[in-house]
Design a protein around this ligand. Structure first.
Ligand code: DOR
Ligand code: ZN
Length: 363
């Protein structure tokens, strides 16, 4: 893994020092997002292209994107929704099931636009019913991924009903991740959307190619924000927001300049009525203001100089891709996030709806 560039961080620091109200960085990428399909793409694709250069597109459609043929067709639908003149690129991912074979992995490796395979434990989250029921059955698949250098993205939660929902990530690390790291020490893995101190600590102390993505909601909020004074369904995502101590650990990890932690929004749109519901869906939509939300978290931590590494360099290094050639500029220019956004014939409520944000992307 490429180490943090102290020079780049120092350069960004100088820039902020000179002008505390503006930051220019390499165009960022999103290493974890949900675009959905069909009518939803008219909202989600332009929003992704608004500030990112590339996006790792999650495969949890119904039915899931399980092979290269499905990824090819999905990619075409996504590209058809891309705004004119946009160079934003969707990077595709295959969904692992109990029936994924070593041949599926070889086909993924041979395909120029498939960049990873995603492990969902069956039943863990939205559209995960076709996920894996027994991790140990994937050993041959993991062996092939390790050999070919295909990235394994982990939804790191156990699903046993007797494990408390707030402990599911920590138990996953103890029960499964330790074993997988030992058995496949060269397997390139991303622990997706980490939410706990245990997740951050495990990644920081691991040897070998293990990284983690971190969402804006887990940097900006904790479970009190979701549950005190009334339930706020639009903050419900999986893995669920944890207590304040974990939020603090994630902020430290994201802003530390450690290249194993990088941006992955997990932006996951659901129509308003599916969230404001007796059995509401998990997922926060953040692509209306993704980089601005991260800037808010980094600014509060006094770490704007670390934003470029986290948002624009460390993920590309991990996935062995070049940095984007464009730059983006953020200005300190307070604005209010809209209360609602049109979505697929209905509406959705975006993350931080109605709240003030200090940083704004310059067009
Ligand atoms: O909150 C989440 N929403 N977590 C996931 O893992 C899936 C996602 C979705 O697809 O809505
Ligand atoms: Zn996700």
């Amino acid at each position: 893994m490429i180490p943090t560039s102290a020079n780049a961080a120092a350069a960004a620091q100088t820039l902020i020092g000179r002008n505390m109200d503006q930051l220019t960085i390499i165009q960022p990428d999103d290493w974890h997002l949900h675009l959905r399909d069909e009518g939803a793409l008219a909202t989600t694709v332009p929003a992704a292209a608004r500030c990112f250069g590339r996006g790792i597109v999650m495969p949890n459609l119904v039915p899931p994107v399980k092979n290269v043929a499905a990824a090819t067709a999905y990619r075409e639908r996504i590209l058809a929704a891309r705004p004119e003149n946009s160079e934003w690129q969707p990077l595709m991912v295959l969904y692992l099931t109990d029936n994924t074979s070593a041949d599926d992995i070889r086909a993924a490796h041979a395909c120029a636009f498939v960049h990873a395979c995603k492990y969902y434990p069956a039943g863990a989250t939205t559209n995960s019913d076709s996920g894996v029921t027994d991790l140990e059955r994937l050993d041959e698949v993991f062996e092939t991924m390790q050999e070919l250098g295909v990235v394994l993205q982990m939804h790191g939660e156990v699903t046993d009903p007797d494990i408390d929902i707030f402990d599911r990530e920590a138990v996953f690390i103890d029960r499964h991740l330790v074993r997988i790291r030992e058995k496949f020490p060269a397997l390139k893995m991303v622990l997706e959307h980490i939410t706990t101190e245990q997740g951050a600590t495990f990644v920081r102390h691991s040897e070998g190619p293990l990284a983690a993505s971190i969402t804006p909601q887990h940097l900006l909020y904790n479970r009190n924000d979701m549950l005190v004074g009334g339930i706020r369904p639009h903050l419900f995502c999986l893995p669920i927001l944890k207590r304040n101590r974990h939020q603090t650990a994630l902020i430290e990890a994201a802003t530390s300049g450690d290249s194993r932690f990088f941006l992955g929004t997990d932006s996951a749109p659901h129509p308003r009525n599916a969230k404001e519901n007796a059995c509401g869906c998990a997922g926060c939509y953040s692509h209306h203001a993704a980089i601005e939300l991260y800037a808010e978290a980094f600014d509060r931590a006094g770490a704007m100089h670390q934003l470029e590494g986290f948002a624009s360099r460390y993920g590309a290094d991990f996935y062995n891709l070049a940095y984007n050639r464009r730059k983006i500029t953020l200005n300190r220019d307070p604005w209010t996030v809209p209360e609602r956004i049109d979505y697929d014939g209905g509406e959705l409520i975006p993350l931080a709806a109605g709240q003030a944000l200090n940083w704004r992307l310059q067009n």
